[in-house]
Design a protein around this ligand. Sequence first.
Ligand SMILES: Cc1cc2nc3c(=O)[nH]c(=O)nc-3n(C[C@H](O)[C@H](O)[C@H](O)COP(=O)(O)OP(=O)(O)OC[C@H]3O[C@@H](n4cnc5c(N)ncnc54)[C@H](O)[C@@H]3O)c2cc1C
Length: 500
Amino acid sequence: MKTTRRKFVKNVAGAAAVVGAVGLTNCAPKEESAKEEVALLPKQPKGPAKEKYDAIVVGAGLSGLQAAILLEEAGMDVLVLEGRKRLGGRVYTLENIPGKPEAAGEWIGANYARMINMVDKMGLKLFTPEQNNNNRPWMYHINGEFIKREDWASHPMNPQEGEFRDLLPSQFLSRISNHDNPLKNQPLDAWLTPEFQKYDIPHDEYLRKKGLNEETIRLMNVTIHSGGMHRTSALNELRRYHVNEFNSKMHFPDGKSYKMIEGGNSQLPARMAESLNNEVLLDKTVVAFRKKNNVTEISCADGTAYSADHVICSIPISVLKDVVFEPRIEGIAADAIDQIGYGLSIQAHFQVMEPFWEKDGLAPNMWSDGELERVAVRAKRSSDQLDALVVFINGPESLKFRLMTDEQVFNYCQIKLAELRPSMKGVLKPLLIQSCERDIHGAGDWVYWQPGQVTKFGNHMRPRHGNIHFCGEHTAIMERGMEGAFESGERAALEIIMEA
Ligand SMILES: Cc1cc2nc3c(=O)[nH]c(=O)nc-3n(C[C@H](O)[C@H](O)[C@H](O)COP(=O)(O)OP(=O)(O)OC[C@H]3O[C@@H](n4cnc5c(N)ncnc54)[C@H](O)[C@@H]3O)c2cc1C
């Protein structure tokens, strides 16, 4: 391996410098991309696999691709193996749905220093959509009653008093959880320190101790992404809103806090893969890592095997349960693999054949404490497109859909929507079911910590296993989401490069 540590450190330091400066400097890409929209599938491999690579990265999501680029910049011969037939993992623009919505990683915060840097480096451009799926009117459907957004503050069903009376039910979880957040003004890694372990308790218990009433907790449970408030660590939620608050204080030069990538966020992993010397190999589900002497042999589901001196594994942690490690992973790390869960959600996408809201005069979008939770008419990106609609169900209500085929999910949603709003009967054409949780490579939306798990596992997610290093948003310390993925890929690559 040609170690060019100086070059590597320069690149990482560049990212770090942006971290400090973001919000003050112009983070937007400097030049318009002249390239055509890049295909999501990379070119065919240039030649037969080599006997051994300096490093193999498993997973072509943002964390894996970031790690691969940094290793390559440090002079290593790197191969990326991806289980799916597409790049990007949890960054996935739904090209075939009107409006091309993002299925997962959507909003790029102004503080996403590494990601913004990569967007720029790859010649892509950020933009703030004029419309997003919140731009059409919303209403609430609570305890069986339709309630206009503007009527909520004075509505008898509003369980809040005083300063929170104006909060909408969809804001309860984040805003009330973040009120008096003990992590406020702490560094972003404070959640992993012993001082805050006392908050590693069920989130509903934490809120009851603060005097919250049961109806508020029930409505918060609609928004929770995990198996329920009782199964979520309060520390998980406190960290989440602490990071969000940090992020929302940052602004792009045009004053916006969040952006997306022109042409769809999937353009970024596509360009990152394209920039690598070796083609990313798709459809390579890794089933085993076996250490032989000082080399790791990686076996794939198609019977092929690849070897490397160093490995970075970005597979979501709960998927690792099904992967063989020789030697075995033992102790706390093995318990973490067995026990850590991911946020759950399912999206049912439909085409809207008739504007049903014009028939019943109600708002097109709906947030509900019923079974279907959120119904949003997606904004069109051009006037010749029909409207698309997404039913987005997360947390405990999404569990029952594990028992249904895609067709059953469509039917179920159509029946329940027509019961709720007769104007929706017969106007929805099924398009696509999307759920990271239904996907063998996905596990779920993002890591969530159950009560006690931050204390137990929080500092045991990152240690290497022999020459296998781990990355992925679940291992991030400071950031979450897409920037957390970048942070983790950088850390894992740095571990390898600094020892070389
Ligand atoms: C609905 C939703 C909305 C979101 N919204 C936002 C948002 O607005 N902003 C934000 O910042 N973040 C958001 N996120 C989170 C963000 O998308 C993720 O945190 C980030 O993309 C994770 O990147 P990663 O590299 O860690 O994991 P992944 O993208 O999951 O990458 C892991 C890769 O490993 C591959 N893989 C898995 N198993 C194997 C195997 N056995 N062999 C080979 N390959 C394998 C997978 O196919 C995948 O490509 C959202 C996520 C979801 C689901």
